[in-house]
Design a protein around this ligand. Structure first.
Ligand SMILES: Cc1cc2nc3c(=O)[nH]c(=O)nc-3n(C[C@H](O)[C@H](O)[C@H](O)COP(=O)(O)O)c2cc1C
Length: 150
């Protein structure tokens, strides 16, 4: 059994839906999951001894990448922590009609990489309503499980 931490930033509930879906699949497969709205944590949570941290964030802004509001304080502190030896997997909702499709996911992944983290798997990007993309969400969660069990 692995211990997994999920933190998400979500304004209209889409990334929260994805986070809860991932949580459900991991738990059904026997893993221990802690899930938090990113508004309720500080960056030090990412340095705790979880086997995996999943970070979810939607993207806002028009001609530049803006992270979902609640994620910004945590994002800005990532450069001040050491994530060496930590497994991170990123996900988020967006809209591919924008220039920077799911740009927040890429920005968080890059910041974690720069802080020394290991990127556990390719990020999950959901275009539009996540309820229509349930199969992709489930497949991503199953991929996490396969890697955690390996
Ligand atoms: C004003 C505005 C700006 C947005 N900018 C982007 C963007 O730059 N890139 C993107 O992929 N999606 C963008 N979106 C789409 C949102 O990320 C998308 O609606 C997402 O599902 C919201 O997720 P949340 O409910 O978890 O916050 C934008 C939406 C709005 C209303």
């Amino acid at each position: 059994m692995a211990s997994v931490f999920i933190a998400y930033g979500s304004t209209t509930g889409n990334t929260a839906y994805v986070a809860e879906s991932i949580q459900r699949t991991l738990k059904q497969n026997g893993h221990e999951v802690t899930i938090e709205d990113v508004a309720d944590i500080n960056v030090a949570e990412l340095t705790k001894p979880y086997d995996l941290c999943c970070l979810g964030c939607s993207t806002w802004g028009d001609d530049e990448i803006e992270l979902q509001d609640d994620f910004i304080p945590v994002f800005e502190e990532i450069e001040n922590i050491d994530l060496a030896g930590k497994n991170i997997a990123c996900f988020g909702c967006g809209d591919s009609s924008y220039e920077y499709y799911c740009g927040a996911v890429d920005a968080i992944e890059e910041a974690c990489k720069n802080a020394g983290a290991t990127i556990f798997t390719d990020s999950l990007k959901i275009d539009g309503d996540p309820k229509s993309e349930q199969a992709d969400i489930d497949a991503w969660a199953q991929d996490l499980i396969a890697k955690l069990n390996a």
